[in-house]
Write a protein that binds this ligand. Structure first.
Ligand SMILES: [Zn+2]
Length: 378
């Protein structure tokens, strides 16, 4: 059987670009030649401290049967090169984004109550291509269920298509937060998800969006993406007040957002961002956790009781969120491509991708891996 090149997670600090055997394309599957695949913060977490989502050594994922090493990469776009005999909804030659989230449908199971209610992203049988399944996007190709493919509309390039996944995360959070046109929002953190939230909120009619961000590059990017104000949360009080009595984000909001934000998205996930979220949300507003936390936080429940604040969280996306995002991208209203700070061939994915994000984090928003530019093919 022929081989493809793929980047696989073996263990913490041990990911390798190597030859792997190609997978068979089953009756309900499609084979997609990967064009681009973004490196996610999750991938970096796995590299530094995993396996978190991949199977543990000597074990297999209970839903997919995958064992270490697993092919990484879950922010993919590509072109369909083969379809299974049951497939008619997509065809060879079509460019697609891939929703890497797997649920009952992918495992040939009856759909559970959660999936039936339209929330397969929180299915108890959840797994993910590129983390806990056979196949991922840091590879020449992947075999996925046809249901995982969302065709790219006219005007959306394969390069931009690889941004559909991080944008779909943001779109999902906005959707379930109940955001309405004309509302004000504060976003804490301008990483890929924070910037995605900003782009989508502005394109969907937010009145004012304020961003809190520490790094220079991301602050400038937030300004470029239409933030009404970018605040450095480490700014010092002009009067020498300390953080207990003076909050830079709350202070900067005056005159822009009156009485607090309708929704505060925490895309950082540390104690100070949670404290800031509670301080800047309006009475009756929403504090929405988008971040993955490395440790628990202290929250005084009085802070949401006294303001009747709703505390919410969300994870991943559904195909509907991918479709919404691709529609926004096709409209040309969002300069999403500016999020891409580097494109690296697969053979250089570790040095130019993973290590670059670890050592030069402040200089990057999104790095894409481009398998077809790999050394063995050029
Ligand atoms: Zn389910």
């Amino acid at each position: 059987m022929a081989n493809i090149r793929a980047l696989r997670f073996h263990a913490k600090n041990d990911v390798r670009v190597e030859d792997v055997t190609i997978q068979a394309c089953g009756n309900d599957d499609v084979r997609v030649k990967i064009a681009y695949c973004g490196i996610c913060g999750t991938d970096v977490h796995e590299y530094l401290g995993g396996p978190i989502f991949p199977p543990q050594p000597g074990q297999s994922n209970p839903h997919t049967g995958a064992e270490l090493p697993v092919v990484m990469g879950h922010e993919m776009s590509g072109t369909i090169v083969e379809v299974g005999s049951n497939i008619s909804q997509v065809k060879v030659g079509q460019n697609v984004a891939i929703n890497p989230s797997m649920d009952d449908r992918h495992h040939g199971k009856e759909r559970c109550v959660t999936c039936e209610s339209g929330r397969p992203n929180i299915c108890k049988n959840w797994a993910c291509y590129g983390l806990s399944a056979h196949g991922g996007g840091f590879a020449d190709e992947i075999v996925v269920r046809a249901v995982s493919c969302i065709p790219l509309p006219k005007g959306v390039s394969l390069k931009v298509g690889a941004l559909a996944e991080p944008l779909a995360v943001a779109s999902h959070m906005i959707r379930i937060s109940g955001f309405k046109k004309g509302q004000d929002a504060v976003i804490l953190g301008a990483g890929p998800i924070g910037l995605s939230l900003l782009l989508l909120l502005k394109s969907r009619g937010a009145r004012k969006v304020i961003i809190s961000e520490v790094t220079e590059l991301r602050s400038r990017q937030a300004e470029k993406f239409g933030a009404d104000l970018v605040v450095n949360p480490l700014a010092k009080s002009p009067d020498g007040d300390n953080f207990d009595t003076w909050n830079p984000v709350l202070d900067a909001m005056h005159g822009i957002i009156v009485d607090g934000a309708d929704i505060v998205f925490d895309a950082t996930g540390i104690q100070s961002t949670m404290d800031t979220a509670m301080a800047v949300v309006k009475p009756g507003g929403i504090v929405f956790n988008v971040a993955i936390h490395e440790k628990p936080l202290l929250i005084n429940p009085n802070s949401f009781s006294f303001k009747e604040v709703k505390l919410m969280g969300g994870i991943c996306y559904t195909n509907e969120d991918f479709e919404d995002v691709l529609e926004d991208l096709a409209s040309g209203k969002m300069a999403a491509e500016d999020m891409i700070t580097s494109i690296v061939p697969l053979e250089k994915a570790i040095q130019g991708g993973f290590l670059e994000l670890i050592h030069n984090r402040a200089e990057h928003v999104k790095i894409l891996i481009q398998p077809s530019k790999s050394a063995h093919q050029v």
